[in-house]
Ligand binder design. Structure first.
Ligand code: 13P
Ligand code: SF4
Length: 390
């Protein structure tokens, strides 16, 4: 197998939806905000956000993922990576409203982990995740049939990255698997290999491959890539039987942009630079980096770095810019030469946050993310297995 295959750029129905070219009556994504969204030029936005938050008091808890804009992070009660935020949401039973400044799958996870009397709000329903959209429930059910036909389903444990829909998490819970995030993927795989001999890793092929090869000592030959757009996943039953890691062919469109050349370039430009990348990057990028870790890991590594040290960071640009500002005594540069925001994370901006907070303060719940009971039951099983990992 090769790790340099081109990215799959087939537009999915959901990608078209985000571009405003399709409508999906079953999905809440892409809908307009009801009521009036404040203009981005409104000079009172900061004041309005402060006042609405003060009116709500302890009834609201605002979570901010590290990739959010500065203007949004300013109003977050806590910030974190997706693992920390899932735990933070679960640990806040007294908050009536959880306003999730992040993307759709994170808000779904928060809804699953919080009480029935708590309501989770995503300020812009179009804040999805292109990677999560690369695995649908129908495709994954079809994949399981392929594994069943190859007579390996009973020894395969699904491990799904947090960046997946509630449906995929429910599939994982139903089939005895666990969720993982980029900060606990190794522990999740160790656990999974105690339960079975093979792992079906969804939906990020890079996190799955990087964790298996870099952290667990498996070889690239132990991995096969299952392509949901090809009959039988594009692999033979023999290949599936020989593999230990069955990697879903999904990727992050932001982290997929970092290349081996970007690592080589920065090393040539800045002698002694430390290259630190997120494990969603391609395998050759991770293999050429000095350190690899989740957003929370990246923040801690820079906090601990000595003054005068130089760092090239391969993750979303909002976070890298904030880190560069927070550490003026260190040289912190973005690994790619071009701008690389996560466009869906960026959909949550101050106007949407103000609109959500003011609506809640006025007694109207907007943009609620609610997972149905059956999906929630099985997805929670998988999430709780993750939270119980040693
Ligand atoms: P973290 O798990 O590091 O928060 O990353 C989430 C994410 O979406 C990265 O692209
Ligand atoms: Fe999804 Fe990538 Fe954006 Fe993370 S950075 S939310 S994986 S598209």
């Amino acid at each position: 197998m090769t790790t340099t295959e081109p990215l799959d750029v087939q537009p999915t129905p959901l990608a078209l939806l985000l571009l405003g070219r399709e409508a999906d009556p079953r999905s809440e994504r892409g809908v307009e905000c009801p009521g009036d969204l404040p203009a981005p030029s409104d000079p009172d936005l900061v004041d309005r956000a402060r006042k609405a938050k003060a009116r709500l008091g302890d009834r609201v808890f605002v979570l901010g993922h590290h990739y959010q804009r500065d203007e949004v992070i300013e109003f977050a009660d806590v910030t974190g990576d997706s693992f920390k935020l899932a735990r933070d949401a679960a640990a806040r039973p007294q908050a009536e409203y959880i306003v999730f400044c992040g993307v759709h799958f994170m808000a779904e996870s928060a809804d699953i982990l919080t009480g029935d009397d708590q309501q989770v709000i995503l300020p812009d329903l179009a804040a999805g995740c292109s990677m999560a959209d690369m695995a649908t429930a129908e495709q994954v059910a079809e994949c399981w049939d392929v594994l069943t036909d190859a007579r390996i389903a009973d020894v395969t444990v699904p491990v799904s990255y947090m960046n997946s829909s509630a449906d995929i998490k429910a599939f994982t819970g139903r089939h005895g698997g666990t969720i993982c995030t980029s900060s606990n993927a190794k522990r999740a795989l160790e656990w999974a290999f105690e339960q079975g001999t093979k792992v079906l890793f969804l939906p990020d092929q890079h996190l799955g491959r990087n964790t298996a090869v870099r952290d667990m000592g498996l070889s690239l030959d132990d991995c096969v890539v299952y392509n949901p757009h090809k009959p039988g996943g594009g692999v033979t039953p023999e290949q599936l039987r020989a593999a230990r890691m069955i990697l879903w062919r999904g990727h992050c469109s932001v982290h997929g942009r970092f290349s081996l050349e970007s690592v080589q370039d920065v090393r040539a430009r800045i002698p002694g630079v430390n290259v630190l990348v997120h494990p969603e990057c391609r395998h050759e990028v991770v293999a050429a980096a000095d350190q690899v870790g989740s957003t929370e890991y990246i923040i801690k590594a820079l906090d601990a770095a000595p003054a005068g040290s130089a760092w090239a960071i391969g993750t979303e640009l909002n976070l890298v810019r904030r880190l560069a500002k927070a550490h003026p005594d260190k040289q912190i540069v973005f690994l790619d030469k071009t701008v690389c925001f996560c466009s869906t994370m960026n959909r949550i901006d101050l106007p949407h946050l103000v609109w959500a907070l003011e609506s809640l303060a006025d007694g109207t719940v907007v943009n609620r993310i609610e997972v149905d009971k059956e999906t929630e039951h099985y997805a929670k099983l998988a999430l709780e297995r993750m939270l119980a990992l040693p």
